[in-house]
Design a protein around this ligand. Sequence first.
Ligand SMILES: Cc1cc2nc3c(=O)[nH]c(=O)nc-3n(C[C@H](O)[C@H](O)[C@H](O)COP(=O)(O)OP(=O)(O)OC[C@H]3O[C@@H](n4cnc5c(N)ncnc54)[C@H](O)[C@@H]3O)c2cc1C
Ligand code: FES
Length: 331
Amino acid sequence: MAIAKLAGGRQFQVEGNTSLLDAATSSGLRLPYSCRTGRCSTCKAKVLNGSTLPLFDETGLTSEERNEGWILTCARSAESDVELDIEDLGNIPIPAPKTLPCRISLLERLATDVIKVVLRLPPTAKFEFIPGQYVDVIGPGGIRRSYSLANSSFAEKTLELHIREVDGGAMSQYWFKQAKIDDLLRLNGPLGTFWLRDTTNIDIFFLATGTGIAPVKSMLEFIAHLPTEKKPSSVTVLWGGRKPDDFYLDVSRIAGGHNYIPVQSRAHEGLAGKQGYVQHVMLDLVSDWKNVAVYACGSDAMIHSAKKTLTEAGLPARQFYSDAFVCSARN
Ligand SMILES: Cc1cc2nc3c(=O)[nH]c(=O)nc-3n(C[C@H](O)[C@H](O)[C@H](O)COP(=O)(O)OP(=O)(O)OC[C@H]3O[C@@H](n4cnc5c(N)ncnc54)[C@H](O)[C@@H]3O)c2cc1C
Ligand code: FES
């Protein structure tokens, strides 16, 4: 058994082939994570001392980062006592994930390649989540895939998902060709640490591509109910897409009085907004980065480019939060 120590002083035990992330969670610590498959790099940590053991491929790291001593806590265990430089999320109460049965109560085509799915949980089910989190849906044959929650409250005992069709995808095949109202599935969640941090007097920027707007919708609904003293100074939503029907949601309605800018990567007649990429449009909107927080969700390519572009322009890296919709299939 090894001891892992965080830069802030907190420590936890790591046994056998348990990942550092799972060992920390079992000890009641909260470390940032999203995909848990070594692809998104949300759980990136620098090893300050000691040695770690790879459990599976760390595709979310560049070779430069590996050489500099970065690891992914979801994909590594401890070989000796280790000291890690990573943000501990503190004592924020995070609902524990659980596995529950659910039935499909709505299937609605939002765009040629996007479907809205509403899952109904049993009337007695107790389920809590923080807006921005995701669930794993376990479908036919045990296929398990991750989807962000698009609603912000569980008052109706339902969960809303926005699902994009991936060519040849196993679960896409189910959602787009076989799924029927009342189908019985299971879900595991809530999962992930993509939620709003401090909001008071912050200029919040949401960057989304495609169905990455789902958790943004959830967080916008949450912001609408914040007490006055916790309200952000400003909220701007930049939603990127390639074709007109990628903008499948009336975000201006959800965003209330906030600033909403659709951003098209290709020119199309008759659509309002800007042309280009969300991260570049954002650069033109900010001159002082001190009170800015960025929440980016959607394609891995957008998130990598946004983090690089914005931190190079002056955004402190710790003010950039993301959830990359990487492939969630387990190898
Ligand atoms: C934390 C998290 C949250 C997510 N939330 C959502 C969400 O709210 N809505 C949503 O539509 N999707 C979301 N995803 C992606 C989703 O979980 C699936 O990975 C995706 O829908 C593909 O599943 P599939 O079974 O159809 O394809 P698979 O059978 O898993 O894959 C088929 C092929 O497509 C490739 N592929 C798989 N996923 C992607 C991808 N995302 N981009 C590019 N290529 C891919 C695979 O490498 C494979 O070659 C999320 C992923 C993560 C990690
Ligand atoms: S790479 Fe570890 S959580 Fe995504």
